[in-house]
Design a protein around this ligand. Structure first.
Ligand SMILES: CC(=O)N[C@H]1[C@@H](OP(=O)(O)OP(=O)(O)OC[C@H]2O[C@@H](n3ccc(=O)[nH]c3=O)[C@H](O)[C@@H]2O)O[C@H](CO)[C@@H](O)[C@@H]1O
Ligand SMILES: C=C(OP(=O)(O)O)C(=O)O
Length: 419
C-alpha cells in the first residue's frame, strides 16, 4: 500500500487544472448500460473508482475502452448480475441496479461498499424502484430486483436527512425506460444529478426538473448512444481551494465549476480567504489572520458533506474556536483522531467537531480511513512542521486524480512512497 510523505511549510503558487467529476462520471458510466449503442464520454478522471466501474461494465458484458480521459462503452448485450467482489469496492456501484432492471427486467446486485463514513442504507433506492413496479428481495447480501415492465409512478425520495443522490440517479435511470410518466418529489438537486439528467436527455430520455426538487420523467421505448462531457469536480476544486487557504498561499484553479461551489467559496470567504472568479478560473489567496468557522453540512446548495473533513483540517490551523456539524453523515469524523495526532485541538460532540485552532500543526505518522478524511490529512500535512506520513493512500486515489503530482507542481513537498 502506497504512502505519502509530506514535508509541510511550503507556500504554494501556480495553477492547478481541475479534473472531471468522480460523482458525475460513475452514474453516467452506469447509464451507458441503458442502450445497446455506443456512448462516448469525455473528461472522465483516471481514478480507481472509475476503473472499478469500468470493470463492472466489462463484467456485465460491455465493450469498454478508456484512453486519455475519454471512455467508449458499447453494451450490446448485458447480463443482470454483479458479484460482491466487484461491487463491494465502492458505493456508486449500486447505480447499475436501475439500468439493469430497466434493460434486463432483472438485476442481482451485491449491497454496495464505499467509504467507511457510517451507516449508508439504500432503502430509498429500493422504495423508488418498487414504486416503479419492481419486486425487490434481499438475500445473502444481494439485492434481487425483478419487473415485467416498469411503470411510471409518483413518489417521494425524502429521507431522514434530505434526499438521496444515488437513489435519485437509480430511479431516474430506471424511469427513463418505464411506461408512462414518473414524478419524483424531493429529488436530489446536486449538480452531478443534473449532469446525469443531461446525459440521459442526450440519449433520447425525457427528463425535466419541474421547479425545485421535483423531477418529471416521461418514459420512452428505447435510448440511443450519445456523447457527453462530464462536469468539473467541485469537491476536488474545493479541496485545492482549501490547500491554498491552509498554507496561506495563492492558487489559481482552472476549469473550476465556480457556479457549483458557492457554499464552499462563501465558507472560505467567511474565514477571510480572498476568492475571485473570472472566466472559469478561480483565484484563492489567504493570509493571516483567518477567522474561525461555523459550518453545517446540507444537501445542495448547502455546504457539502464531502468538504467537511477538509474544512476541519483548515479550522485546526485558525486560532479561535470553530464548530463544524455534519447532519448528512453524523459519523463522518474519522479524520478528527488523526488530526489530533498532528497536534490539532479538537473534540467531537455527537455530530459536531469543536476545534480550537493552533498556529502550526506538527507532522506525524497518520492513517487514511476514507476518501475525504485522507484529503484532510494531506491538507494538514501541507501546513504541519516536519514530515507527515500518510498510510493507506489508496483511499485518496479513489477520488483524486494524481493529487500528489498536482500539488508538487505548485510547490508542495509531497512524495509517494510505493509499498
Ligand atoms: C458516488 C457519490 O455520488 N457519492 C456521494 C453521494 O452518496 P450517496 O448517494 O450514497 O448519499 P445519499 O445522498 O444517498 O445520502 C444522503 C443521506 O441519506 C441517507 N440515505 C440515503 C439513501 C437511502 O436509501 N436512505 C437513506 O437514509 C444517507 O444515510 C445520508 O444520511 O451523496 C453523498 C451526499 O452528498 C456524498 O457524500 C457522496 O460523495
Ligand atoms: C463519500 C464519497 O464517495 P462514495 O459515495 O463513493 O463512498 C465521496 O466522494 O466523498
Amino acid at each position: 500500500m502506497d504512502k505519502f510523505a509530506i514535508r509541510g511549510g511550503n507556500r504554494l503558487h501556480g495553477t492547478i487544472s481541475v479534473s472531471g467529476s468522480k460523482n458525475s462520471s460513475l452514474p453516467i458510466l452506469a447509464a451507458t448500460l441503458l442502450t445497446r449503442e455506443r456512448c462516448v464520454l469525455h473528461r472522465v478522471p483516471d481514478l480507481t473508482d472509475v476503473r472499478y466501474m469500468l470493470d463492472i461494465l466489462r463484467y456485465l458484458g460491455a465493450d469498454v475502452e478508456f484512453s486519455q480521459g475519454s471512455v467508449v462503452v458499447e453494451a450490446r448485450k448485458v447480463v443482470g448480475e454483479t458479484p460482491y467482489d466487484l461491487v463491494r469496492r465502492m458505493r456508486a456501484s449500486v447505480c447499475v441496479l436501475g439500468p439493469l432492471l430497466a434493460r434486463c427486467g432483472r438485476a442481482k446486485v451485491s449491497l454496495p461498499g464505499g467509504c467507511v463514513i457510517g451507516d449508508r442504507p439504500i432503502d430509498l433506492h429500493l422504495r423508488g424502484l418498487e414504486a416503479l413496479g419492481s419486486r425487490i428481495a434481499l438475500s445473502k447480501g444481494y439485492v434481487i430486483a425483478e419487473a415485467s415492465g416498469l411503470v411510471g409512478a409518483r413518489m417521494s425520495l425524502q429521507g431522514p436527512h434530505g434526499s438521496t443522490v444515488l437513489g435519485t440517479d437509480n430511479v431516474m435511470m430506471a424511469a427513463c425506460l418505464a411506461r408512462g410518466t414518473t414524478i419524483v418529489e424531493n429529488a436530489a438537486s446536486e449538480p452531478e444529478v443534473a449532469d446525469l439528467a443531461r446525459f440521459l436527455c442526450s440519449m433520447g430520455a425525457k427528463v425535466r426538473r419541474a421547479g425545485g426538487s421535483r423531477l418529471e420523467i416521461e418514459g420512452v421505448d428505447e435510448l440511443h448512444g450519445a456523447e457527453h462531457t462530464v462536469i468539473s469536480d467541485r469537491i476536488e476544486a474545493g479541496t485545492f481551494a482549501v490547500a491554498a487557504a491552509i498554507t496561506r498561499s495563492e492558487l489559481v484553479l482552472e476549469e473550476a465549476p465556480i457556479e457549483h461551489m458557492r457554499s464552499t467559496l462563501s465558507a472560505l470567504q467567511d474565514a477571510g480567504v480572498f476568492v475571485e472568479a473570472a472566466e472559469g478560473r478561480l483565484r484563492v489567496r489567504a493570509t493571516d489572520p483567518l477567522h474561525p468557522l461555523q459550518l453545517r453540512t446540507g444537501t445542495y446548495p448547502g455546504f457539502p458533506t464531502d468538504m467537511q473533513a477538509q474544512f476541519c483540517a483548515l479550522a485546526a490551523t485558525i486560532p479561535g474556536r470553530s464548530r463544524i456539524e455534519d447532519d448528512i453523515f453524523p459519523n463522518r469524523f474519522m479524520h478528527i483522531s488523526e488530526l489530533k495526532r498532528m497536534g490539532a485541538h479538537a473534540d467531537l460532540l455527537a455530530n459536531v467537531a469543536v476545534i480550537d485552532g493552533v498556529d502550526r500543526l506538527s507532522g506525524a505518522p497518520v492513517m487514511a480511513s476514507d476518501l475525504r478524511a485522507s484529503a484532510a490529512l494531506v491538507l494538514a500535512g501541507l501546513q504541519a512542521e516536519n514530515t507527515t506520513t500518510i498510510s493507506r493512500v489508496y483511499h485518496i486515489d479513489r477520488g483524486y486524480e494524481r493529487i500528489d503530482a498536482k500539488l508538487r507542481a505548485v510547490g508542495a513537498d509531497i512524495e509517494r512512497l510505493p509499498k
